[in-house]
Design a protein around this ligand. Structure first.
Ligand code: UTP
Length: 277
């Protein structure tokens, strides 16, 4: 079954970016001239998806406006030298349908994904955390790589990367057996472990391909760390009953949920743009 839907949990408060996130969504922070979430949508479209299901919350309306036409603005710049600046986003909007639902209370990423059930239905889907910016210039994007793996194994896939041992407390960390180059069958998963509790240095980042069983599994999963419904706990429950793969993706990932990663991404993409002329 072709994967056509991609879920974007975007209800978080983005407290690390206060005060800028007081009245604007973190997902709308720009990297050069595009907001973070647009990079995520472009990656999903490149992977063959055409339905973007966005989990929003209070104060996130700018996301909906971004993926819509702005008649006044379009009218204003029509026929001027600036018109081409809207070509790319117009093109993107014409390729996709955008659907939205709100997560009323921030009860964790697992809960945000569960809220997406009404938009996704009973089919496999992608998940993008837009504050993780992933690029792989000139080659397949991370979601596309993961879909190829889902095609082969027909199970849920999470993207992982190696992190320094003193950074494991920021991530879900996996343990597993390598079944092919860079592909691990997950046997254990720990949410934000201290280095001495971490089963490895393989950390889950914000890209997932999930099978629809995940919704029932989340419903049966109890709140974990910080009293939140953790997707890591739900995935571990799914892995116990079946198979969940972790995939060491090809490309670069920037943690744009942190100021440091955000600046790094901006500099990196700026350099890339300049080198492309
Ligand atoms: P983060 O913890 O990185 O995002 O959640 P945050 O809470 O917005 O940021 P800080 O830590 O306060 O700065 C990872 C992703 O999960 C979404 C967030 O929007 C982000 O994309 N999320 C998290 C939800 O949609 N709902 C939740 O209840 C929790």
């Amino acid at each position: 079954m072709k994967i056509t839907k991609c879920l974007f949990p975007a209800a978080g408060y983005g407290t690390r970016f206060l005060p800028v996130t007081k009245a604007m969504p973190k997902e709308m922070l720009p990297i050069l001239t595009k907001p973070l979430i647009q990079y995520g949508v472009e990656e999903a479209v490149e992977a063959g998806m055409n339905t973007m299901a966005i989990i929003t919350g209070r104060g996130k309306r700018a996301i909906e406006d971004h993926f819509d036409i702005s008649y006044e603005l379009e009218n204003q710049i029509k026929g001027t030298s600036k018109e081409h600046l809207l070509t790319e986003i117009r093109d993107l909007i014409s390729k996709c349908t955008f659907t939205y639902t709100r997560q009323v209370e921030m009860k964790g990423l697992g809960d945000a994904i569960l809220k997406g059930e009404a938009l996704i239905g009973h089919e496999p889907f992608g998940v993008v955390l837009a504050d993780d910016l992933c690029i792989n210039p000139g080659d397949d994007g991370v979601l596309k790589q993961m879909i190829a793996l889902n095609d082969k194994y027909r199970c849920s896939v999470v993207a992982i990367m190696e992190v320094p041992e003193d950074q494991t407390y920021k991530y879900g960390v996996i343990d597993g057996k390598e079944i092919e180059d860079g592909v691990f069958m997950i046997s254990d998963m720990v949410e934000k472990p201290e280095p001495d509790e971490a089963p490895s240095n393989l950390a889950i980042i914000g890209r997932y391909i999930l099978t629809p069983e995940i919704f029932d599994v989340i419903r049966q999963t109890k709140p974990g760390k910080n009293g939140e419904l953790q997707i890591t706990d739900a995935l571990m429950n799914l892995a116990r009953d079946g198979m969940v793969l972790a995939y060491k993706f090809k490309g670069n990932r920037f943690d744009c949920g942190s100021v440091e990663g955000y600046v790094e991404a901006t500099n990196h993409l700026h350099q890339l743009e300049n080198s492309e002329g």
